[in-house]
Ligand binder design. Structure first.
Ligand SMILES: Cc1cc2nc3c(=O)[nH]c(=O)nc-3n(C[C@H](O)[C@H](O)[C@H](O)COP(=O)(O)OP(=O)(O)OC[C@H]3O[C@@H](n4cnc5c(N)ncnc54)[C@H](O)[C@@H]3O)c2cc1C
Length: 454
C-alpha cells in the first residue's frame, strides 16, 4: 500500500467484475474513488439488469481466484463465508469429450470455487466497500467523458441520475469498466485520437439456462460437468454446475441456427441430444425453478488501442477492451488479472513527479499479454467451426491436432493433465503446452532444442 496519492479523485464506471477489482486497486492511490453504476445495486446476491449475463452460470477460473486473492487478502475465506462451494478442478470438474473417456479424477492442486455470478460480485463488492475512501453512487448512468481544454486527457465523467439530472464529476483518472468500451470509443472520436483496430471472431453462440433442484439419486457425479461439442461438425454443448443454494444451473449452448430453445420440453429434448448424457440425466426428473433465460453472443471482440499518446487518465479495462466467448469462462478472471497489472503499474509509478504521465499507454501495452492468453485459447476451438468468422492462422489444423493430442495424453500422463488444467485455468500461459518436454511426450519424437545446439 502506498501513501503517495496520484490525485484527488479516481472514477470507476461500472460496479461489475472489471470495475470492482479496479476500485480496490485505486483506493490505495487516490484520496477518493467514486464508482458510478447505472443499476441500483442489490443488497443480496440477485441478478440485475446491467449484468444480464448474471443469470447464466459463471465459472471463476483458478487464475481469476489467484488474482482476486492478490487484491483481497484471504479472499477464499470471503467466498466460503458467502456460501460458495470449494472446487478442486482435477477431482470435481469433468470435461466430457465425445468418443473419449472423461479425464481421470486426479488431485492437481488447481482449486477454485463454484457459485452464482451475483454471489461472487456481492462478495467482491463488500470487500471493496471496506475501503473508507471508496464511494458507490448507484443509479448513475455515465453518458460521456469530458476532456481537458487541450483534448489530451480526460477531465470528468458526465452522468445522468435516476431523476434525469445531468451531473459532472471531475476526476484525475477514469476507469471505463462499463463492459462495452463505448464511452472510451466516443471519447477518442471526440478528441480525434486514432480509433483502435479490432480483431473479431464471429461465433453466433446462443445460451439457454435453467435452474433445477436435482433429486438425490440423479445428483451429478461432480460439481461441474461439461459436455464438449462434437466439433467441428456439431456445436451443441451443455453444463451442469452447483450453485451456493444447493440448486444446479443447467445451461445449453449451440452455434448459428442451432440455438438452444426457451421452453422446458424442448430444453430437455435438446439436452438429450448432447454428445454425452450427463446434463440430460441430471435434469430429466428434476424440478425446474423459474423460466429459461437466453443470451445471444454474436462475436468475441478485441480492441487494439494505439498506446502512443493515449489520453492521460483514461483506463479502459475488462470487457471494454476485450469480450471473450463466454463458453470458456475467462472474462472475469482476465478482468481480475488486468487489475493486478494496474496495481503493479501504480506502485511502480508511485513517487514519480507526474505518475499519470505514461500510465494509460503502459497499462494498455501490459494487458496485451494477459488478453492474448485466453484469446488464443478460445480462438483455436472457435475457428475450428467452418461458419466462424475471423482470420485463421495458417497452421490452425496443426494447432488443433496438437491440442487434441495433449487432451488424449492427459488421460495417461498426470504431468500433462496438470499442465493442461493449469493453462485452461489461466494459471500458466498457453505456451506452456508447447514446451519441448510436452511436445516430445505427445508426439513420441525427440525435439531438437535450438538453443542447446547454438
Ligand atoms: C452468457 C455469459 C456467460 C459468461 N460466463 C462467464 C464465466 O463462466 N466466467 C467468466 O469469467 N466470465 C463469464 N462471462 C464474461 C463476464 O461476464 C465478463 O467478462 C465480465 O463480467 C466483464 O466485466 P466488466 O466489468 O467488463 O463488465 P460487467 O461485469 O458486465 O460490468 C459492467 C458494469 O457497468 C455498468 N454500466 C454499463 N454502462 C454503464 C454506464 N454508462 N454508466 C454506469 N454504469 C454502467 C453495468 O451496469 C455493469 O454493472 C460470461 C458472459 C456472458 C455474456
Amino acid at each position: 500500500m502506498s501513501n503517495r496519492y496520484f490525485g484527488n479523485r479516481a472514477v470507476v464506471i461500472g460496479a461489475g467484475m472489471g470495475g470492482l477489482p479496479a476500485a480496490q486497486v485505486l483506493a490505495s492511490y487516490f484520496k477518493e474513488v467514486v464508482v458510478l453504476e447505472r443499476d441500483i445495486l442489490p443488497t443480496d446476491a440477485t441478478p440485475r439488469p446491467g449484468v444480464p449475463q448474471g443469470k447464466h452460470p459463471h465459472g471463476l477460473l483458478a487464475g481469476g481466484l489467484k488474482a482476486l486473492s492478490d487484491l483481497f487478502p484471504d479472499f477464499s475465506s470471503t467466498l466460503v463465508q458467502a456460501g460458495a462451494y470449494s472446487l478442486d478442478s482435477g477431482r470435481e470438474v469433468c470435461h466430457e469429450y465425445p468418443g473419449q473417456e472423461p479425464l481421470p479424477i486426479r488431485s492437481l492442486g488447481v482449486a477454485t470455487f463454484t457459485m452464482t455470478r451475483p454471489l461472487l460480485e456481492l462478495a467482491v463488492r463488500r470487500r471493496v466497500q471496506e475501503n473508507a475512501n471508496v464511494v458507490f453512487r448507484d443509479g448513475c448512468r455515465v453518458v460521456a467523458l469530458g476532456a481537458t481544454p487541450d483534448g489530451n486527457a480526460v477531465a470528468s465523467a458526465i452522468y445522468k441520475t435516476l431523476s434525469g439530472e445531468l451531473e459532472v464529476l471531475p476526476a484525475d483518472l477514469i476507469v471505463d469498466a462499463s463492459g462495452r468500451g463505448k464511452l472510451t470509443l466516443d471519447f477518442l472520436k471526440y478528441i480525434g485520437h486514432p480509433m483502435p483496430e479490432e480483431t473479431v471472431i464471429g461465433v453466433d453462440f446462443g445460451y439457454s439456462t435453467a435452474v433445477y433442484t436435482i433429486p438425490p439419486d440423479a445428483t451429478p457425479a461432480r460439481k461441474v460437468m461439461i459436455t464438449m461439442p462434437r466439433a467441428p461438425g456439431e456445436s451443441r454443448t451443455g453444463i451442469v454446475l452447483l450453485r451456493e443454494d444447493g440448486k444446479w444451473f443447467a445451461a445449453l449452448g449451440g452455434r448459428g441456427a442451432d440455438t438452444p430453445p426457451a421452453d422446458s420440453a424442448a430444453f430437455t429434448a435438446y439436452a438429450a441430444s448432447l454428445p454425452t448424457s450427463s446434463v440430460y440425466d441430471a435434469i430429466k426428473y428434476a424440478t425446474q425453478h423459474g423460466g429459461i433465460e437466453r443470451f445471444a453472443f454474436p462475436e468475441s471482440r478485441r480492441l487494439h488501442f494505439s498506446t502512443d499518446n493515449f489520453p492521460r487518465g483514461l483506463i479502459p479495462i475488462a470487457d471494454s477492451v476485450c469480450r471473450f466467448n463466454p463458453v470458456y469462462g475467462q472474462g472475469m478472471s482476465a478482468a481480475a488479472q488486468e487489475a493486478v497489472v494496474l496495481r503493479d503499474l501504480l506502485e511502480a509509478h508511485a513517487g514519480d513527479a507526474d505518475p499519470l504521465a505514461a500510465l494509460s499507454g503502459e497499462f494498455l501495452s501490459a494487458i496485451d499479454s494477459i488478453i492474448e492468453n485466453p484469446w488464443s485459447l478460445a480462438a483455436l476451438p472457435d475457428l475450428a467451426y467452418p461458419d466462424a468468422r475471423g482470420k485463421r492462422p495458417p497452421n490452425l489444423e496443426k494447432l488443433i491436432e496438437h491440442h487434441m493430442a495433449i487432451t488424449k495424453a492427459a488421460h495417461h500422463d498426470p504431468d500433462i493433465h496438470k499442465q493442461l488444467i493449469e493453462v485452461l485455468n489461466l494459471l500458466k500461459p498457453v505456451s506452456a503446452l508447447q514446451a519441448i518436454e510436452i511436445v516430445e511426450k505427445v508426439t513420441g519424437e525427440e525435439v531438437q532444442n535450438p538453443t542447446a545446439s547454438a
